[in-house]
Structures are given as structure tokens and as C-alpha cells.
Ligand binder design. Structure first.
Ligand code: SF4
Ligand code: MG
Length: 317
């Protein structure tokens, strides 16, 4: 099917200052390429600090990408969109946060919060539209007069979703949208996201560290480690035909699809600093299958069959 997003050679570097005041560079996203199909849920998984949130925000233009990066959204390179046309892109691509409170002004009522996007974009009829939005996300209209602190975490996330839907987006980046919620509420929000996707033909980039949640919602999954995608494939192949040693280790903490416990793989060593990544394969300092070549040569990200891509020297032999 048609691609809504085509990302190639995306890089995002931050200037950082270390404790002794020395300036350095942190490449949070390092030469990442992938496409997202219209209407699918494409997930990005990895441990915290691997660059997945930065990647999501860079795709939305919230951070400028490094030179040479390409982000093609519906045929247009958004890294080259002039400021005057940015608002059109904002309407089409939205973000849902992990902590809904972060995007809900505590001094505003839900009604004021939901009317805001219509005001910013000078769209009339906001009052009627927010009634419809509340209905879509399963909140009674009596909540419109409440303040965020008067609502539960799940209810606030529904408001966050309603806000993201306000301008009729096509793509929504969901950054750990259920991680801050109780497990019982998580399923409700995931099911709501799935229903909305069907009703509104939405495309999701779903960012999460939780492989059980990712299994539930994804069509395809990319696994990130220290700023790079190390494995990318369909949901079923990722969980059943796992190829990358890092993915295997991540998956070993959850039961397999038949409910059996997988062989537990404990990774030793801390995640290295992205400001100073290891030579060769970045995972070599923690990989249970490490070989000599891994310390010297970075593995290419290669096509290993069907829709499966892997960056590991084990897959090139
Ligand atoms: Fe492990 Fe080597 Fe593969 Fe890296 S390239 S994941 S170190 S086997
Ligand atoms: Mg994050």
C-alpha cells in the first residue's frame, strides 16, 4: 500500500556539555531509514535513551534534523517546508504524550484546552467539534467544565487524544501513551486508539519500551539501540522469527505467543552513552553472540527475507 512517510538517512545530533564544561556531540538518531504505510501502526521499541522519542519528535519537526536527512510526508520533504506552510503539516501530524498532564494546561478547563487548536489555526465551529471529539474518545460532556487535576490518568489521556485529533490528523506519533497508566486502564486506551484508527483511517508511529503492548497494537516493529534501528519487520516475524541478539534479549522477558516462557537472556553491562558509542556494532559490549569482527566493523542493515531487515554480522554469513 501507499507510504505516508518515507524517512531516509535521518540524523539528529545535539550539542552537549559534559561535567567539566567540555562541549561534545550526541547523535541521538544516527542514519535511520524506514517507511510507514498509510493506515498501519509502526512501532519503535528499545530501552530508554535509545533515541526513539527524539526520532518521533524530529519526524514531527519539533526538532530540526541534521543536514542530509530526508523526511517525506505524503510526497513532500518536510525538512524543506517553509515556516509559512508549517501549520498545514501540524494539522496532519500530531503527538500524544506519555504524560498527558504535560500537554494539558492545569489552569484551563478541558473545554478551553480542546478549543485551543481551533483558535490557533483559526478554524470556526470549534464548540460543535469538541462535543464530537469528547464523544469519540468516550468522555461525557460534563467533563468539559473540569480542570485536568479533577480527572484520572486515563481520562486525561483521553483528553490528550481528543486534542491530537482536533485538526483531523493523518499521522499520530504516540510516545509511550500508556506507560504512565495502570495496567487495567492501558488496555482501554490501546483499544480506543485501535478503534479510532479504523474509524478515522489514522496512521500511528507507536513508541514504547513495552513489548507486550507493542505486540498488541503493531503491524510492523523497528527495534532501536543507541540511535540505530537494528531490526525491522512485521509484528509476527519480530516475535516468532527474531534474528537480532538484542531483540532476542528484549523478548526473553515476555512469554512467547503460545504463552510459554522464553529462554531468559540477561544482558550484562550498562547501555553505553550515546555520546560515546562503542566501535563496530554498537551492541558488541553487551551481545551474548559477539565475534571479533563485531568490535571493528559496523554491520550493514540488510534485507534478510520477506519484510525483514537486520543489522548483525550473524545475518550476513
Ligand atoms: Fe552481536 Fe556481532 Fe550481531 Fe552486533 S553484529 S549483534 S555484536 S553478533
Ligand atoms: Mg522517551
Amino acid at each position: 500500500s501507499e507510504n505516508i512517510l518515507e524517512v531516509s538517512h535521518l540524523k539528529k545530533t545535539f550539542q552537549i556539555k559534559s561535567h567539566d564544561g567540555k562541549k561534545g556531540l550526541l547523535r541521538a538518531v544516527d542514519d535511520v531509514s524506514f517507511t510507514i504505510k498509510k493506515g498501519e501502526t509502526f512501532s519503535l521499541v528499545g530501552e530508554s535513551g535509545c533515541g526513539k522519542s527524539t526520532l518521533g519528535r524530529t519526524l514531527l519537526g519539533l526538532y530540526p534534523s541534521d543536514r542530509g536527512s530526508k523526511i517525506i510526508f505524503n510526497g513532500e520533504d518536510i525538512t524543506k517546508i517553509p515556516k509559512s506552510k508549517k501549520k498545514d503539516f501540524t494539522k496532519k501530524a500530531q503527538l500524544i504524550f506519555q504524560d498527558p498532564s504535560a500537554c494539558l494546561n492545569p489552569r484551563r478547563t478541558i473545554k478551553q484546552i480542546l478549543l485551543e487548536p481551533f483558535k490557533i489555526h483559526k478554524i470556526g465551529n470549534g464548540e460543535a467539534k469538541i462535543t464530537e471529539l469528547m464523544d469519540r474518545v468516550g468522555l461525557a460532556s460534563r467533563f468539559l467544565d473540569k480542570f485536568p487535576h479533577e480527572m484520572s490518568g486515563g481520562q486525561k489521556q483521553r483528553v490528550g487524544i481528543a486534542r491530537a485529533l482536533a485538526l483531523g490528523p493523518e499521522l499520530i506519533v504516540c510516545d509511550e501513551p500508556v506507560s504512565a497508566l495502570d495496567v487495567s486502564i492501558q488496555a482501554q486506551i490501546i483499544n480506543l486508539l485501535k478503534d479510532l484508527q479504523k474509524q478515522l483511517n489514522l496512521t500511528y508511529l507507536f513508541i514504547s519500551h513495552d513489548l507486550s503492548v507493542v505486540h498488541h497494537i503493531s503491524d510492523r516493529v523497528a527495534v532501536m539501540y543507541l540511535g540505530k534501528i537494528v531490526e525491522l519487520t512485521t509484528r509476527d516475524d519480530l516475535y516468532e522469527k527474531t534474528q537480532h541478539p538484542y531483540t532476542k534479549a528484549l523478548l526473553s522477558s515476555i512469554p512467547d505467543t503460545s504463552g510459554d516462557q522464553r529462554e531468559k537472556i540477561i544482558l550484562t553491562g550498562d547501555v553505553p552513552s550515546p555520546a560515546n558509542p562503542p566501535s563496530g556494532c554498537r551492541f558488541h559490549t553487551r551481545c551474548p553472540a559477539v565475534m571479533d569482527i563485531c568490535k571493528i566493523e559496523a554491520p550493514d542493515f540488510i534485507h534478510t527475507g520477506d519484510e525483514h531487515f537486520v543489522a548483525c554480522h550473524l545475518c550476513t554469513k
